[in-house]
Design a protein around this ligand. Structure first.
Ligand SMILES: C[S@@+](CC[C@H](N)C(=O)[O-])C[C@H]1O[C@@H](n2cnc3c(N)ncnc32)[C@H](O)[C@@H]1O
Length: 270
Protein backbone atom coordinates (compact mmCIF):
# COMPACT_ATOMS: atom_id res chain seq x y z
CA UNK A 1 0.00 0.00 0.00
CA UNK A 2 1.28 3.46 -0.86
CA UNK A 3 1.99 5.34 2.36
CA UNK A 4 0.30 8.62 1.38
CA UNK A 5 -2.91 6.73 0.65
CA UNK A 6 -2.79 4.37 3.64
CA UNK A 7 -5.03 6.42 5.94
CA UNK A 8 -8.56 5.87 4.62
CA UNK A 9 -8.73 2.24 5.73
CA UNK A 10 -8.41 3.42 9.32
CA UNK A 11 -10.38 6.67 9.11
CA UNK A 12 -12.48 5.88 12.20
CA UNK A 13 -9.44 4.85 14.26
CA UNK A 14 -7.63 7.93 13.02
CA UNK A 15 -10.50 10.10 14.23
CA UNK A 16 -10.65 8.35 17.60
CA UNK A 17 -6.98 7.95 18.48
CA UNK A 18 -5.20 10.91 16.90
CA UNK A 19 -5.13 14.10 18.96
CA UNK A 20 -6.75 17.37 17.91
CA UNK A 21 -5.08 20.75 17.50
CA UNK A 22 -5.08 23.55 20.10
CA UNK A 23 -7.24 26.65 19.59
CA UNK A 24 -4.15 28.80 20.21
CA UNK A 25 -3.06 27.97 16.64
CA UNK A 26 -5.80 30.16 15.18
CA UNK A 27 -4.38 33.42 16.56
CA UNK A 28 -0.78 32.40 15.79
CA UNK A 29 -1.74 31.77 12.17
CA UNK A 30 -4.25 34.55 11.45
CA UNK A 31 -2.02 37.29 12.89
CA UNK A 32 0.41 36.59 10.02
CA UNK A 33 -2.07 37.81 7.38
CA UNK A 34 -2.59 41.39 6.30
CA UNK A 35 -6.31 41.96 6.67
CA UNK A 36 -9.05 39.66 7.90
CA UNK A 37 -8.95 35.89 7.52
CA UNK A 38 -12.48 34.83 6.57
CA UNK A 39 -11.90 32.02 4.07
CA UNK A 40 -9.33 29.25 4.26
CA UNK A 41 -8.41 26.19 2.24
CA UNK A 42 -7.05 23.17 4.09
CA UNK A 43 -4.86 20.64 2.29
CA UNK A 44 -4.92 16.99 3.44
CA UNK A 45 -7.69 17.69 5.94
CA UNK A 46 -8.17 14.00 6.82
CA UNK A 47 -10.99 13.51 9.33
CA UNK A 48 -11.05 17.24 10.07
CA UNK A 49 -9.05 17.46 13.29
CA UNK A 50 -7.61 20.85 12.31
CA UNK A 51 -10.69 21.82 10.29
CA UNK A 52 -12.66 21.97 13.55
CA UNK A 53 -10.06 24.21 15.15
CA UNK A 54 -10.25 26.83 12.38
CA UNK A 55 -13.94 26.50 11.42
CA UNK A 56 -14.81 26.51 15.13
CA UNK A 57 -13.27 29.99 15.27
CA UNK A 58 -15.69 31.16 12.54
CA UNK A 59 -13.39 30.83 9.50
CA UNK A 60 -15.05 29.33 6.40
CA UNK A 61 -12.92 26.31 5.48
CA UNK A 62 -12.77 24.41 2.19
CA UNK A 63 -11.40 21.09 3.48
CA UNK A 64 -9.66 19.07 0.77
CA UNK A 65 -8.28 15.53 0.86
CA UNK A 66 -7.81 12.81 -1.77
CA UNK A 67 -9.26 10.13 0.50
CA UNK A 68 -13.04 9.63 0.37
CA UNK A 69 -13.20 7.70 3.66
CA UNK A 70 -11.34 10.39 5.60
CA UNK A 71 -13.63 13.05 4.10
CA UNK A 72 -16.76 11.08 5.04
CA UNK A 73 -15.68 11.18 8.70
CA UNK A 74 -14.76 14.86 8.36
CA UNK A 75 -18.24 15.76 7.07
CA UNK A 76 -19.84 13.99 10.02
CA UNK A 77 -17.50 15.54 12.61
CA UNK A 78 -17.70 19.06 11.16
CA UNK A 79 -21.50 19.12 10.80
CA UNK A 80 -22.83 22.54 11.76
CA UNK A 81 -19.51 24.30 11.15
CA UNK A 82 -18.77 26.57 8.14
CA UNK A 83 -17.02 23.77 6.23
CA UNK A 84 -17.29 22.61 2.61
CA UNK A 85 -15.28 19.70 1.22
CA UNK A 86 -13.55 18.72 -2.00
CA UNK A 87 -12.04 15.32 -2.74
CA UNK A 88 -8.67 16.32 -4.15
CA UNK A 89 -4.97 16.00 -3.55
CA UNK A 90 -3.18 19.34 -3.67
CA UNK A 91 -1.97 18.39 -7.16
CA UNK A 92 -5.59 17.98 -8.37
CA UNK A 93 -6.57 21.54 -7.38
CA UNK A 94 -6.80 24.21 -10.08
CA UNK A 95 -6.37 27.68 -8.56
CA UNK A 96 -8.44 29.09 -11.44
CA UNK A 97 -11.48 27.34 -9.95
CA UNK A 98 -11.26 29.33 -6.71
CA UNK A 99 -11.29 32.90 -5.55
CA UNK A 100 -7.94 33.23 -3.73
CA UNK A 101 -8.18 32.34 -0.06
CA UNK A 102 -7.08 34.42 2.94
CA UNK A 103 -5.30 31.38 4.34
CA UNK A 104 -3.96 28.03 3.13
CA UNK A 105 -2.98 25.55 5.82
CA UNK A 106 -2.08 21.88 6.22
CA UNK A 107 -1.82 19.77 9.37
CA UNK A 108 0.49 16.74 9.26
CA UNK A 109 -0.03 16.56 5.50
CA UNK A 110 2.28 18.95 3.58
CA UNK A 111 5.09 16.38 3.36
CA UNK A 112 2.78 14.18 1.24
CA UNK A 113 2.43 16.82 -1.48
CA UNK A 114 4.58 16.89 -4.63
CA UNK A 115 7.67 19.11 -4.07
CA UNK A 116 7.81 20.36 -7.68
CA UNK A 117 4.34 21.91 -7.70
CA UNK A 118 3.40 22.59 -4.08
CA UNK A 119 4.63 26.19 -3.82
CA UNK A 120 3.23 27.26 -7.20
CA UNK A 121 -0.13 25.88 -6.13
CA UNK A 122 -0.02 27.22 -2.57
CA UNK A 123 0.92 30.74 -3.64
CA UNK A 124 -1.70 30.75 -6.43
CA UNK A 125 -4.43 29.69 -4.02
CA UNK A 126 -3.73 32.51 -1.51
CA UNK A 127 -4.38 36.24 -2.00
CA UNK A 128 -1.59 38.78 -1.63
CA UNK A 129 -1.20 39.50 2.08
CA UNK A 130 -2.85 36.18 2.94
CA UNK A 131 -1.20 33.57 5.13
CA UNK A 132 0.13 30.06 4.69
CA UNK A 133 0.59 27.77 7.69
CA UNK A 134 1.89 24.24 8.13
CA UNK A 135 1.99 22.35 11.39
CA UNK A 136 2.49 18.87 12.73
CA UNK A 137 4.87 16.89 14.81
CA UNK A 138 5.74 13.39 15.91
CA UNK A 139 3.79 11.71 18.66
CA UNK A 140 6.50 10.49 21.04
CA UNK A 141 6.65 8.79 24.39
CA UNK A 142 7.87 11.39 26.87
CA UNK A 143 9.70 8.92 29.15
CA UNK A 144 13.06 8.04 27.54
CA UNK A 145 13.19 4.56 29.01
CA UNK A 146 9.69 3.66 27.79
CA UNK A 147 10.49 5.24 24.42
CA UNK A 148 13.58 3.02 24.19
CA UNK A 149 11.51 -0.12 24.80
CA UNK A 150 9.02 0.95 22.13
CA UNK A 151 11.77 1.72 19.63
CA UNK A 152 13.33 -1.71 20.05
CA UNK A 153 9.99 -3.52 19.71
CA UNK A 154 9.03 -1.55 16.58
CA UNK A 155 12.48 -2.00 15.00
CA UNK A 156 11.95 -5.77 14.98
CA UNK A 157 9.14 -5.28 12.43
CA UNK A 158 9.84 -1.85 10.88
CA UNK A 159 13.64 -1.35 10.84
CA UNK A 160 13.30 2.33 9.87
CA UNK A 161 11.07 3.00 12.87
CA UNK A 162 7.74 4.75 12.81
CA UNK A 163 8.70 8.22 11.59
CA UNK A 164 9.46 9.53 8.15
CA UNK A 165 13.11 10.47 7.80
CA UNK A 166 13.39 14.26 8.31
CA UNK A 167 13.12 15.89 4.86
CA UNK A 168 15.47 18.79 5.70
CA UNK A 169 19.26 18.47 5.75
CA UNK A 170 20.76 18.92 9.23
CA UNK A 171 22.31 22.30 8.29
CA UNK A 172 19.09 23.73 6.80
CA UNK A 173 18.18 27.16 8.26
CA UNK A 174 14.76 25.82 9.30
CA UNK A 175 13.05 22.48 9.53
CA UNK A 176 10.76 21.34 6.70
CA UNK A 177 8.85 23.09 5.24
CA UNK A 178 10.34 26.33 6.58
CA UNK A 179 13.50 25.70 4.55
CA UNK A 180 11.47 25.58 1.33
CA UNK A 181 9.40 28.61 2.37
CA UNK A 182 12.55 30.70 2.95
CA UNK A 183 13.71 29.85 -0.57
CA UNK A 184 10.47 31.07 -2.20
CA UNK A 185 10.36 34.81 -2.88
CA UNK A 186 6.56 34.75 -3.10
CA UNK A 187 6.51 34.26 0.69
CA UNK A 188 7.68 36.72 3.35
CA UNK A 189 7.99 36.83 7.13
CA UNK A 190 8.68 33.08 7.36
CA UNK A 191 8.57 31.94 10.98
CA UNK A 192 9.11 28.64 12.78
CA UNK A 193 7.57 28.20 16.23
CA UNK A 194 6.90 25.36 18.62
CA UNK A 195 3.45 24.89 20.17
CA UNK A 196 3.36 22.49 23.14
CA UNK A 197 0.92 19.54 23.09
CA UNK A 198 1.09 16.86 25.84
CA UNK A 199 -1.18 13.92 26.72
CA UNK A 200 -1.48 11.02 29.09
CA UNK A 201 -2.98 7.95 27.40
CA UNK A 202 -4.00 4.41 28.31
CA UNK A 203 -1.52 1.98 26.74
CA UNK A 204 -4.22 0.39 24.56
CA UNK A 205 -5.27 3.74 23.13
CA UNK A 206 -1.63 4.57 22.46
CA UNK A 207 -1.16 1.28 20.61
CA UNK A 208 -4.35 1.87 18.57
CA UNK A 209 -2.99 5.29 17.70
CA UNK A 210 0.22 3.68 16.40
CA UNK A 211 -1.95 1.72 13.99
CA UNK A 212 -2.95 5.03 12.33
CA UNK A 213 0.68 5.85 11.48
CA UNK A 214 1.57 5.07 7.88
CA UNK A 215 4.89 3.31 8.64
CA UNK A 216 2.95 0.85 10.82
CA UNK A 217 -0.15 0.66 8.59
CA UNK A 218 1.87 -0.65 5.67
CA UNK A 219 3.26 -3.64 7.65
CA UNK A 220 1.75 -7.07 6.86
CA UNK A 221 -1.30 -7.79 9.08
CA UNK A 222 0.45 -10.63 10.96
CA UNK A 223 3.43 -8.42 11.79
CA UNK A 224 1.14 -5.65 12.99
CA UNK A 225 -0.75 -8.04 15.26
CA UNK A 226 2.50 -9.47 16.67
CA UNK A 227 3.94 -5.98 17.21
CA UNK A 228 0.81 -4.82 19.05
CA UNK A 229 0.94 -7.89 21.31
CA UNK A 230 4.63 -7.14 22.05
CA UNK A 231 3.79 -3.52 22.85
CA UNK A 232 0.88 -4.54 25.11
CA UNK A 233 3.35 -6.69 27.07
CA UNK A 234 6.26 -4.24 27.02
CA UNK A 235 4.72 -0.81 27.75
CA UNK A 236 3.31 0.40 31.08
CA UNK A 237 -0.48 0.68 31.52
CA UNK A 238 -0.44 4.46 31.02
CA UNK A 239 1.96 6.42 28.88
CA UNK A 240 2.86 10.11 28.77
CA UNK A 241 2.96 11.44 25.25
CA UNK A 242 4.79 14.46 23.86
CA UNK A 243 3.19 15.69 20.64
CA UNK A 244 4.55 19.25 20.41
CA UNK A 245 3.70 20.94 17.14
CA UNK A 246 6.19 22.62 14.85
CA UNK A 247 4.40 25.54 13.22
CA UNK A 248 5.64 27.31 10.08
CA UNK A 249 3.89 30.44 8.85
CA UNK A 250 4.46 33.04 6.13
CA UNK A 251 2.66 35.83 4.28
CA UNK A 252 1.96 35.81 0.53
CA UNK A 253 3.71 38.79 -1.08
CA UNK A 254 2.59 40.61 -4.21
CA UNK A 255 -0.18 42.69 -5.64
CA UNK A 256 -3.62 41.28 -4.92
CA UNK A 257 -4.40 41.32 -8.69
CA UNK A 258 -1.44 39.01 -9.38
CA UNK A 259 -2.92 36.33 -7.19
CA UNK A 260 -6.32 36.34 -8.95
CA UNK A 261 -6.49 34.70 -12.34
CA UNK A 262 -8.74 36.44 -14.93
CA UNK A 263 -10.92 33.33 -14.73
CA UNK A 264 -11.47 33.57 -10.99
CA UNK A 265 -11.75 37.36 -10.64
CA UNK A 266 -15.21 38.37 -9.57
CA UNK A 267 -16.45 34.82 -9.13
CA UNK A 268 -18.12 33.87 -5.87
CA UNK A 269 -16.05 31.81 -3.44
CA UNK A 270 -15.85 28.15 -4.47
C1 LIG B 1 -1.45 12.22 8.53
S1 LIG B 1 -2.97 12.61 7.70
C2 LIG B 1 -3.37 14.20 8.40
C3 LIG B 1 -4.85 14.46 8.44
C4 LIG B 1 -5.28 15.73 9.19
N1 LIG B 1 -4.77 16.93 8.55
C5 LIG B 1 -4.83 15.69 10.65
O1 LIG B 1 -3.92 16.41 11.02
O2 LIG B 1 -5.42 14.91 11.41
C6 LIG B 1 -2.40 13.03 6.08
C7 LIG B 1 -3.54 13.31 5.08
O3 LIG B 1 -2.95 13.77 3.86
C8 LIG B 1 -3.70 13.25 2.80
N2 LIG B 1 -2.84 13.30 1.59
C9 LIG B 1 -2.00 12.36 1.11
N3 LIG B 1 -1.41 12.80 -0.04
C10 LIG B 1 -1.89 14.06 -0.28
C11 LIG B 1 -1.67 15.04 -1.30
N4 LIG B 1 -0.84 14.82 -2.31
N5 LIG B 1 -2.37 16.20 -1.24
C12 LIG B 1 -3.21 16.46 -0.19
N6 LIG B 1 -3.44 15.56 0.80
C13 LIG B 1 -2.79 14.39 0.77
C14 LIG B 1 -4.10 11.86 3.25
O4 LIG B 1 -5.23 11.38 2.55
C15 LIG B 1 -4.38 12.08 4.74
O5 LIG B 1 -5.74 12.35 5.01
Amino acid sequence: MERARSFGAVAEDYERYRPGYPESLVALVTEVADGPVRRAIEIGAGTGKATRTFAGAGIEVLATDPDAEMLAVLRRECAGLPVTTARAALEDLDPADHQPFDLLYAAAAWHWTAPVTRWDLATALVRAGGAVAFFGGPFELADDEVAGIEKELIAAYAPEGRHLPPPSPADAPMLFPGDEMLADDRLSDVRQREVPRRFSLARDDYVRHLDTISAIRILPADDRAALFADLARGLPERVEVRADLMLHTARRVGDVRDSQSPHSRGRPPA
